[in-house]
Design a protein around this ligand. Sequence first.
Ligand SMILES: Cc1cc2nc3c(=O)[nH]c(=O)nc-3n(C[C@H](O)[C@H](O)[C@H](O)COP(=O)(O)O)c2cc1C
Length: 232
Amino acid sequence: MDAVRPVVDPAARVLYTGEGLDDAAVEALRAAGPLAVLEQWYAEAAADQRVTEPGAMVLATVDAAGDPDARTVLLKGMDADGLTFFTNLRSAKARHLEHRPRAALVLLWHAMFRQVRVRGPVSVVPREQAAAYFASRPRASQLGAWASRQSEPIGSRAELDAAVAAVTARFEGSDDVPLPPFWGGYRVHPVEVELWVGHADRLHDRVRFAAVDGVPAPLDDPAAWRVQRLQP
Ligand SMILES: Cc1cc2nc3c(=O)[nH]c(=O)nc-3n(C[C@H](O)[C@H](O)[C@H](O)COP(=O)(O)O)c2cc1C
Protein backbone atom coordinates (compact mmCIF):
# COMPACT_ATOMS: atom_id res chain seq x y z
CA MET A 1 0.00 0.00 0.00
CA ASP A 2 1.26 3.51 -0.83
CA ALA A 3 2.38 5.94 1.83
CA VAL A 4 -0.38 8.15 3.23
CA ARG A 5 -0.66 11.23 1.04
CA PRO A 6 -1.55 14.20 3.26
CA VAL A 7 -4.76 16.06 2.41
CA VAL A 8 -3.16 19.34 3.45
CA ASP A 9 0.34 20.56 4.02
CA PRO A 10 1.16 18.80 7.31
CA ALA A 11 3.24 21.80 8.34
CA ALA A 12 0.18 24.06 8.15
CA ARG A 13 -1.25 23.16 11.53
CA VAL A 14 -4.23 24.84 13.10
CA LEU A 15 -3.27 26.29 16.43
CA TYR A 16 -5.71 24.82 18.94
CA THR A 17 -6.55 27.41 21.52
CA GLY A 18 -9.67 26.27 23.29
CA GLU A 19 -10.58 27.66 26.66
CA GLY A 20 -9.06 24.98 28.84
CA LEU A 21 -10.40 22.82 31.64
CA ASP A 22 -8.04 23.19 34.57
CA ASP A 23 -8.59 21.09 37.68
CA ALA A 24 -10.84 23.74 39.22
CA ALA A 25 -12.97 23.72 36.08
CA VAL A 26 -13.25 19.93 36.26
CA GLU A 27 -14.43 20.23 39.87
CA ALA A 28 -17.05 22.74 38.71
CA LEU A 29 -18.19 20.28 36.00
CA ARG A 30 -18.48 17.54 38.61
CA ALA A 31 -20.61 19.74 40.82
CA ALA A 32 -22.82 20.92 37.95
CA GLY A 33 -23.49 17.51 36.34
CA PRO A 34 -23.66 16.74 32.62
CA LEU A 35 -26.92 18.49 31.73
CA ALA A 36 -25.87 21.93 32.98
CA VAL A 37 -22.56 21.64 31.11
CA LEU A 38 -24.20 20.44 27.89
CA GLU A 39 -26.73 23.28 28.07
CA GLN A 40 -24.00 25.83 28.66
CA TRP A 41 -21.78 24.56 25.86
CA TYR A 42 -24.75 24.40 23.46
CA ALA A 43 -25.78 27.95 24.39
CA GLU A 44 -22.23 29.19 23.85
CA ALA A 45 -22.06 27.45 20.45
CA ALA A 46 -25.44 28.89 19.47
CA ALA A 47 -24.25 32.38 20.40
CA ASP A 48 -20.99 32.03 18.46
CA GLN A 49 -21.28 33.53 14.98
CA ARG A 50 -18.61 31.15 13.67
CA VAL A 51 -20.75 28.09 14.43
CA THR A 52 -23.25 27.76 11.57
CA GLU A 53 -25.33 24.85 12.89
CA PRO A 54 -24.77 24.34 16.62
CA GLY A 55 -27.19 21.40 16.76
CA ALA A 56 -25.49 19.38 14.03
CA MET A 57 -24.34 16.07 15.50
CA VAL A 58 -22.99 12.90 13.98
CA LEU A 59 -25.09 9.89 14.92
CA ALA A 60 -23.38 6.51 14.78
CA THR A 61 -25.36 3.28 14.64
CA VAL A 62 -24.60 -0.31 13.74
CA ASP A 63 -26.44 -2.30 11.10
CA ALA A 64 -27.75 -5.85 11.42
CA ALA A 65 -24.37 -7.24 10.36
CA GLY A 66 -22.66 -5.25 13.13
CA ASP A 67 -21.08 -2.79 10.71
CA PRO A 68 -20.94 0.86 11.80
CA ASP A 69 -22.66 3.70 9.97
CA ALA A 70 -22.80 7.42 10.68
CA ARG A 71 -24.60 10.52 9.46
CA THR A 72 -25.42 14.01 10.69
CA VAL A 73 -28.74 14.81 12.38
CA LEU A 74 -29.94 17.86 14.28
CA LEU A 75 -30.20 18.00 18.05
CA LYS A 76 -33.76 19.11 18.79
CA GLY A 77 -34.14 18.50 22.51
CA MET A 78 -32.01 18.05 25.59
CA ASP A 79 -33.22 17.23 29.10
CA ALA A 80 -32.33 15.07 32.09
CA ASP A 81 -33.40 12.03 30.09
CA GLY A 82 -31.21 12.54 27.06
CA LEU A 83 -30.68 14.07 23.63
CA THR A 84 -33.42 13.97 20.99
CA PHE A 85 -33.44 14.05 17.20
CA PHE A 86 -36.16 13.48 14.61
CA THR A 87 -36.11 11.42 11.46
CA ASN A 88 -37.89 9.01 9.16
CA LEU A 89 -38.77 5.83 11.04
CA ARG A 90 -38.14 3.66 7.95
CA SER A 91 -34.73 5.13 7.17
CA ALA A 92 -31.53 3.14 7.36
CA LYS A 93 -30.72 4.63 10.77
CA ALA A 94 -34.18 3.69 12.06
CA ARG A 95 -33.72 0.11 10.91
CA HIS A 96 -30.36 0.00 12.63
CA LEU A 97 -31.83 1.35 15.87
CA GLU A 98 -34.72 -1.08 15.76
CA HIS A 99 -32.26 -3.93 15.54
CA ARG A 100 -29.69 -2.49 17.96
CA PRO A 101 -31.10 0.42 19.98
CA ARG A 102 -27.78 1.93 20.99
CA ALA A 103 -25.98 4.90 19.51
CA ALA A 104 -23.08 7.30 19.76
CA LEU A 105 -23.27 11.03 19.06
CA VAL A 106 -20.58 13.56 18.31
CA LEU A 107 -21.18 17.30 18.48
CA LEU A 108 -18.22 19.16 17.03
CA TRP A 109 -17.91 22.92 17.48
CA HIS A 110 -14.66 23.16 15.63
CA ALA A 111 -14.38 26.95 15.68
CA MET A 112 -14.48 26.75 19.50
CA PHE A 113 -12.12 23.76 19.74
CA ARG A 114 -14.83 21.83 21.52
CA GLN A 115 -16.24 18.34 21.01
CA VAL A 116 -18.90 16.40 22.92
CA ARG A 117 -19.25 12.63 22.66
CA VAL A 118 -22.26 10.74 23.97
CA ARG A 119 -22.97 7.00 24.10
CA GLY A 120 -26.00 5.15 25.28
CA PRO A 121 -29.19 3.24 24.59
CA VAL A 122 -31.89 4.80 22.44
CA SER A 123 -35.66 4.95 22.84
CA VAL A 124 -38.41 6.06 20.49
CA VAL A 125 -39.91 9.45 21.40
CA PRO A 126 -43.59 9.06 22.43
CA ARG A 127 -45.96 9.82 19.54
CA GLU A 128 -47.57 12.81 21.23
CA GLN A 129 -44.15 14.44 21.75
CA ALA A 130 -43.19 13.80 18.12
CA ALA A 131 -46.54 15.23 17.01
CA ALA A 132 -45.98 18.37 19.08
CA TYR A 133 -42.55 18.88 17.54
CA PHE A 134 -43.82 18.12 14.01
CA ALA A 135 -46.57 20.71 14.45
CA SER A 136 -43.93 23.35 15.23
CA ARG A 137 -42.10 22.80 11.92
CA PRO A 138 -42.63 25.00 8.84
CA ARG A 139 -45.30 23.62 6.52
CA ALA A 140 -42.76 23.05 3.71
CA SER A 141 -40.68 20.84 6.02
CA GLN A 142 -43.80 18.94 7.06
CA LEU A 143 -44.67 18.30 3.43
CA GLY A 144 -41.08 17.30 2.72
CA ALA A 145 -41.26 14.70 5.48
CA TRP A 146 -44.44 13.26 3.94
CA ALA A 147 -42.93 13.24 0.45
CA SER A 148 -39.65 11.46 1.17
CA ARG A 149 -39.12 7.74 1.67
CA GLN A 150 -35.82 8.51 3.29
CA SER A 151 -32.89 6.27 2.32
CA GLU A 152 -34.84 4.60 -0.56
CA PRO A 153 -33.46 5.07 -4.08
CA ILE A 154 -35.31 7.46 -6.40
CA GLY A 155 -34.85 7.76 -10.16
CA SER A 156 -34.72 11.52 -10.56
CA ARG A 157 -35.21 14.90 -8.93
CA ALA A 158 -38.41 15.18 -10.97
CA GLU A 159 -39.86 12.15 -9.17
CA LEU A 160 -39.14 13.80 -5.83
CA ASP A 161 -40.75 17.05 -7.01
CA ALA A 162 -43.79 15.05 -8.14
CA ALA A 163 -44.04 13.41 -4.70
CA VAL A 164 -43.95 16.86 -3.06
CA ALA A 165 -46.65 18.11 -5.47
CA ALA A 166 -48.82 15.11 -4.62
CA VAL A 167 -48.64 15.64 -0.84
CA THR A 168 -49.10 19.40 -1.28
CA ALA A 169 -52.32 18.68 -3.16
CA ARG A 170 -53.36 16.06 -0.60
CA PHE A 171 -53.16 18.51 2.31
CA GLU A 172 -54.38 21.57 0.38
CA GLY A 173 -57.10 23.29 2.35
CA SER A 174 -56.23 21.64 5.68
CA ASP A 175 -54.60 23.98 8.18
CA ASP A 176 -52.56 21.30 9.88
CA VAL A 177 -50.35 18.71 8.25
CA PRO A 178 -50.52 15.64 10.51
CA LEU A 179 -47.53 13.68 11.78
CA PRO A 180 -46.69 11.02 9.18
CA PRO A 181 -46.95 7.51 10.66
CA PHE A 182 -43.41 6.86 9.40
CA TRP A 183 -41.81 9.91 11.04
CA GLY A 184 -40.77 10.48 14.64
CA GLY A 185 -37.94 10.94 17.09
CA TYR A 186 -35.34 9.08 19.06
CA ARG A 187 -33.81 9.91 22.40
CA VAL A 188 -30.26 8.87 23.24
CA HIS A 189 -29.99 8.17 26.99
CA PRO A 190 -26.34 8.74 27.89
CA VAL A 191 -24.23 6.38 29.93
CA GLU A 192 -21.16 8.39 28.94
CA VAL A 193 -20.63 12.04 28.06
CA GLU A 194 -17.16 13.23 27.12
CA LEU A 195 -16.11 16.85 26.82
CA TRP A 196 -13.03 17.71 24.77
CA VAL A 197 -11.21 21.02 24.51
CA GLY A 198 -8.40 21.42 22.02
CA HIS A 199 -5.02 22.77 23.07
CA ALA A 200 -1.63 23.49 21.61
CA ASP A 201 0.72 20.58 20.96
CA ARG A 202 -2.18 18.11 20.99
CA LEU A 203 -2.30 18.24 24.79
CA HIS A 204 -6.05 18.50 24.83
CA ASP A 205 -8.34 18.41 27.86
CA ARG A 206 -10.74 15.46 28.02
CA VAL A 207 -13.24 14.98 30.81
CA ARG A 208 -15.63 12.04 30.90
CA PHE A 209 -18.86 11.70 32.84
CA ALA A 210 -19.73 8.02 33.26
CA ALA A 211 -22.99 6.91 34.84
CA VAL A 212 -22.08 5.37 38.20
CA ASP A 213 -24.28 2.30 37.69
CA GLY A 214 -23.36 1.79 34.02
CA VAL A 215 -26.94 2.42 32.93
CA PRO A 216 -28.49 5.74 31.85
CA ALA A 217 -28.74 8.15 34.75
CA PRO A 218 -30.48 11.54 35.09
CA LEU A 219 -28.21 14.10 33.44
CA ASP A 220 -29.22 16.69 36.04
CA ASP A 221 -28.10 14.59 39.03
CA PRO A 222 -24.37 15.21 39.60
CA ALA A 223 -24.23 12.39 42.17
CA ALA A 224 -25.18 9.84 39.50
CA TRP A 225 -22.01 10.50 37.49
CA ARG A 226 -18.35 9.66 37.97
CA VAL A 227 -16.03 12.29 36.50
CA GLN A 228 -12.56 11.45 35.20
CA ARG A 229 -9.95 13.35 33.27
CA LEU A 230 -8.66 11.32 30.32
CA GLN A 231 -5.32 11.52 28.55
CA PRO A 232 -5.47 13.29 25.23
C1 LIG B 1 -26.44 19.43 8.88
C2 LIG B 1 -27.32 18.25 8.61
C3 LIG B 1 -28.43 18.04 9.41
C4 LIG B 1 -29.26 16.94 9.19
N1 LIG B 1 -30.31 16.73 10.03
C5 LIG B 1 -31.07 15.63 9.87
C6 LIG B 1 -32.10 15.34 10.81
O1 LIG B 1 -32.31 16.05 11.81
N2 LIG B 1 -32.86 14.23 10.59
C7 LIG B 1 -32.64 13.40 9.52
O2 LIG B 1 -33.37 12.42 9.37
N3 LIG B 1 -31.67 13.64 8.64
C8 LIG B 1 -30.87 14.73 8.78
N4 LIG B 1 -29.84 14.97 7.90
C9 LIG B 1 -29.63 14.00 6.79
C10 LIG B 1 -28.85 12.79 7.31
O3 LIG B 1 -27.47 13.13 7.45
C11 LIG B 1 -28.99 11.56 6.40
O4 LIG B 1 -28.62 11.88 5.07
C12 LIG B 1 -30.40 11.00 6.39
O5 LIG B 1 -31.02 11.08 7.67
C13 LIG B 1 -30.42 9.54 5.94
O6 LIG B 1 -29.62 8.77 6.82
P1 LIG B 1 -29.76 7.16 6.91
O7 LIG B 1 -29.89 6.66 5.48
O8 LIG B 1 -28.53 6.70 7.57
O9 LIG B 1 -31.00 6.87 7.70
C14 LIG B 1 -28.99 16.06 8.11
C15 LIG B 1 -27.86 16.26 7.32
C16 LIG B 1 -27.02 17.34 7.56
C17 LIG B 1 -25.80 17.51 6.71
